[in-house]
Design a protein. Structure first.
Length: 430
């Protein structure tokens, strides 16, 4: 997401700073001014915002790393994302029950050693070597998107839904072997998952429908596709999942479908946000786009990482302390929630020279946009390749682009980015 406008955060008492309410993210973007103060004045800060259970906000890189690298003291199972209370509870499930018996058991809310066993089932598809083999196909997918835009001449469109969403979505569905006709379904399920707090995407606000119904719908589809691959194996990740075993036994269906679901939704939403928020960064810093156009091959790799640092599409994950301990001089009690704010760590003054400057040639750039430690983003190599291929073609083929209407940001504090971004764009023949 682009930098939020300077707010009143410098005048507000520390205990009144709100870094979690989804609506505020939609209105103001990421709360960079609040985080700047927390990093300077109280880097591990106890928050008791209205409507949420309390949590510690971890805002500096070193503390975030020490928590992420210590899953024995900070478990991922339990409250792994901060939602309001009562959360979007399924069928009357209480808030406590929803945290202890989550509707999905994925890598992100598992701990070692179980976490490693599940991660191994899919990790072979996302190594640098495996991903590099997909590059030629990714170029084709991306070329098709820019060719379609070229055919439309100068056009006004929604950069998020008509451009940014397509490339990462098509790449992950091809990896999974999901046919293109199902693209809209995958997109809807993903939007409902990450947009749980956004009125445009959430269901069940009338209390009649279960807001988590999309999980049941997704599982029904995953059941179909895994049954199909068990009958007729193919060269795709769905087949690998369908035939996976755990200690020689079939993988329990709930955990199998949760893992599948995670790869399906995490595999594109985040990259879409990096592309859309990346565009906002370039529009705010036209000199950086000129630099990229002038030396595309030389700068594309550092540009991709700077876009991830600057936009930080995954804003937070949370851990739960497994014992009483100390962090950043604070006494953390067993059971406390510890929220890791990646977007804050990525502007840490102790780590980055001029952290509030968007510089596509930034090097070194030890950002935590993909996390660190046990849960380091499984798709980081794929995401980097998606971004490199997208922005390389963008730099060469987009002759002009400007905003054509108001930007609408997603109401969410877990992930962040624009949900609608009207632009006027002209693309050349390439
Ligand atoms: C720019 C795009 C992306 C960003 C910013 C991003 C960010 C993240 C972050 C911050 C985490 C948590 C790391 C931690 O807890 O230390 C994560 C985990 C994960 N990401 Fe990504 N991600 C991106 C793209 C992708 C893609 C393309 C995939 C495709 C498979 C993917 C799949 C996953 C999975 C499966 C996990 C869970 C890993 C685990 O718990 O072991 N991500 N990602």
């Amino acid at each position: 997401m682009s930098d939020s406008p300077l707010s009143d955060a410098h005048r507000i008492p520390l205990n009144e700073l709100d870094v979690i309410t989804a609506r505020l993210y939609a209105e103001n973007g990421y709360p960079h001014e609040a985080w700047r103060r927390l990093r300077a004045e109280d880097p591990v800060h106890w928050c008791e915002p209205e409507g949420y259970r309390p949590f510690w906000a971890v805002t500096k890189q070193a503390d975030l790393i020490s928590v992420s690298k210590n899953p024995a003291d900070f478990r991922s199972a339990g409250r792994f994302i901060l939602f309001p209370v009562p959360p979007a509870a399924a069928d009357g499930q209480s808030a406590d029950d929803l945290i202890e018996n989550p509707p999905l058991r994925m890598l992100v809310n598992m701990d070692p050693p179980e976490h490693r066993d599940y991660r191994k089932m899919v990790s072979g598809w996302f190594t640098p070597r495996a991903v590099t083999k997909l590059e030629a196909r990714l170029e084709e997918i991306t070329t098709e998107i820019f060719d379609d835009l070229h055919a439309r001449g100068e056009v006004e469109c929604d950069f998020v839904t008509e451009i940014a969403a397509l490339q990462p979505l098509r790449m992950i569905t091809e990896i999974l072997g999901i046919p293109r006709e199902q693209e809209d379904f995958v997109l809807r399920v993903t939007n409902e998952n990450f947009g749980l707090e956004d009125p445009e995407f959430q269901r069940g606000t009338d209390g009649k429908e279960n807001p988590l119904a999309f999980i049941t719908e997704a599982f029904a589809y995953l059941n179909e596709i895994t049954e199909d691959r068990r009958r007729t194996p193919r060269e795709d990740l769905s087949t690998v999942l369908a035939l996976a075993t755990l200690d020689g036994e079939p993988v329990p269906q709930f955990e199998l479908f949760s893992l599948y679901f995670l790869v399906m939704v995490a595999g594109h939403d985040t990259t879409r946000n990096a592309i859309s928020s990346g565009l906002l960064a370039f529009l705010d810093h036209p000199g950086e786009l000129e630099k990229l156009r002038a030396d595309t091959d030389g700068l594309i790799a550092t540009a991709a990482d700077e876009i991830v640092r600057w936009t930080t599409p995954v804003n937070h994950f949370s851990r739960t302390a497994t014992r009483d301990l100390e962090l950043g001089g604070k006494k953390i009690r067993e059971g406390d929630s510890v929220a890791l704010f990646y977007a804050s760590a990525n502007r840490d003054e102790d780590v980055y020279e001029d952290p509030f400057a968007f510089r596509i040639d930034r090097s070194p750039n030890p950002h935590l946009g993909f996390g660190i430690g046990e849960h380091y983003c499984l798709g980081a190599h794929l995401a980097r390749m998606d971004l490199r291929v997208f922005w390389r073609q963008f730099a060469r083929r987009v002759d002009s682009i400007e905003l054509a209407g108001p930007v609408q940001l997603l109401a969410a504090s877990f992930v962040g980015g624009p949900k609608h971004l009207p632009v006027r764009i002209r693309v050349n023949a390439g």
